[in-house]
Design a protein around this ligand. Structure first.
Ligand SMILES: Cc1ncc(COP(=O)(O)O)c(C=O)c1O
Length: 481
């Protein structure tokens, strides 16, 4: 009886894309799983079932065979029966509350997620509207024309040799990084680089010093790796640890954005760079130098930004991290880490065991893009644009906002930070701005705890100069509400 009822559904019209044999298979399978068909129930012979439900016999045989091979049915001399299976427990769907379904660390991360917008003033986004994709696609096409099976496999550990070579030269010339190509490891984004540092250079419970305020993805990564975070304040010269901190809470990892502190924009002074280096000892601690956007140097147009800490002491335990997200586009997901010479073998083995690389074709295209001078040309054409946007934004903020707000940063990169009076809270303002189509980030979101600072972080990468005054007007409307 139960079987007849189940099979009667064979007479209903078929949903698009489903054949009758698939429907028969699905009906029987779900009836066995939810207990409507119990162990031992005999199924009609294939000829009989085909006749009763006007199906091709082959279709019935196909469905039976599939269920037999998956273990739902058993066949013996007497015919085909439902197999005897442990009764499946009905699993009730969990609530969507992160605390219940995720690990404690991941639930904390889910709480901290910030939206990724392409709206004007979204911080840290390069101008993707003017990216020279016709040129870039020619480089990609050339790389695809020369592709071999090797480039379709997992990438070589460390990345494409051609890219490692061209980067070694580029980083030496542009950022004062002193390294051989083997010291460079290509990874799928700066975030992966930070994850690799957190997991391969420290153990859960080890201490990491973070700038406060800090790049959220860095904080998230360190928390996800189970590290103990020590929040160190930032002033106009960058991270400013009190002396006792070195004694009482020495770090295993020290994360810095020295060329352009994210989000306050300070540049770490040479004095502090050298002081940090003096505290480093191979085997004891590591400094992670995140150099994410210093190529756009506005303090000294055309000049080099302050060279990397790595180049001040190439044997020191420093991991230099860079990304192509700001120079090219974030969807490319190509970034790099430079590790000290003495760490290449062990670090290389560990990183190869944890991640598998790909995008060899893109990496080869990028190597040529760099060697041909195209990357420099692109950077040189974008830098004055960004500089102009920053100047226009600065002026518009000074003229357009009612109170004399303090504007921080601007020596490099793609964003400015505006400090606001304590009220109203920046989260309220940023929500109001979003409703006006302007994507400013609340500064408080970058601090480790409430009360760290009230302000807005404004990216000018995606904001054309002509539109900026009008966008600031809209921001003003949101602030005045
Ligand atoms: C401070 C900082 N570091 C590193 C990155 C690396 O980005 P990606 O993961 O896109 O390479 C970013 C990107 O926004 C950043 O803002």
């Amino acid at each position: 009886m139960a079987l007849d009822l189940i099979l009667s559904a064979l007479q209903h019209p078929l949903p698009p894309g489903e054949a009758r044999q698939q429907r028969l298979y699905r009906l029987l399978r779900s009836a066995i799983l939810d207990g409507r068909l119990s162990a031992g129930v005999r199924l009609p012979g294939s000829r009989q079932l085909a006749q009763d439900y006007r199906m091709a016999r082959n279709g019935v045989l196909f469905a039976y065979q599939q269920l037999l091979s998956e273990g739902f049915l058993v066949a013996d001399r007497g015919g085909t029966r439902v197999a005897s299976l442990p009764s499946p427990t009905a699993v009730a769907p969990a609530t969507a509350v992160p605390d219940e379904i995720l690990s404690r660390r991941a639930a904390a991360l889910a709480d901290r997620r910030l939206p990724e917008e392409l709206l004007p003033f979204a911080p840290g986004v390069a101008d993707l509207n003017v990216f020279p994709w016709p040129v870039w696609s020619r480089f990609l096409q050339q790389a695809w024309r020369e592709v071999s099976a090797r480039q379709l496999a997992y990438a070589e550990p460390g990345g494409e040799p051609a890219l490692r070579r061209s980067l070694a030269t580029f980083l030496r010339l542009r950022r004062g990084v002193v390294c051989a190509p083997e010291q460079i490891f290509i990874v799928a984004g700066g975030q992966v680089a930070l994850d690799a540092c957190a997991r391969l250079l420290a153990d859960p419970g080890d201490r990491v010093w973070l700038e406060n305020p800090c790049y959220q993805a860095a904080r998230n990564t360190m928390l996800a790796a189970g590290l103990e975070v020590v929040d160190v304040p930032v002033d106009r010269d960058g991270m400013a640890p009190a002396d006792f901190l070195w004694r009482d809470k020495p770090p295993r990892l020290l994360y810095l954005t020295p060329s352009h502190q994210y989000p306050l924009g300070s540049v770490l002074s040479l004095e502090r760079r050298l002081a940090f280096l003096n505290h480093l000892k191979a085997g004891e601690n590591w400094l992670i130098e995140d150099d994410y956007d210093s190529e756009f140097n506005h303090a000294q147009p055309g000049g080099r930004p302050l060279p990397a800490i790595q180049g001040l002491s190439p044997e020191a335990p420093v991991i230099y991290v860079g990304t192509f997200s700001k120079l090219l586009y974030p969807g490319l997901r190509i970034a790099y880490m430079v590790v000290p010479r003495w760490a290449v073998t062990s670090f290389g083995a560990a990183i190869a065991a944890l991640y598998r690389g790909g995008q060899a074709v893109e990496q080869r295209a990028l190597a040529r893009f760099i060697e041909s001078g195209r990357l420099t040309r692109h950077t040189r054409s974008m830098a004055p644009r960004y500089r102009q946007r920053q100047q226009v934004l600065r002026r518009a903020l000074q003229e357009g906002l009612a109170e004399p707000y303090v504007i921080l940063g601007g020596q490099a990169g793609l964003h400015l930070t505006v400090l606001l009076p304590e009220a109203p809270p920046d989260v309220v303002l940023s929500a109001a701005a979003a409703s006006q189509g302007v994507a400013v980030r609340p500064l408080s979101a970058y601090f480790s705890s409430a009360g760290g600072g009230n302000g807005l972080v404004l990216g000018y990468g995606m904001a054309e100069a002509e539109r900026i005054p009008q966008l600031v007007q809209r921001l003003r409307l949101a602030l005045d509400k």
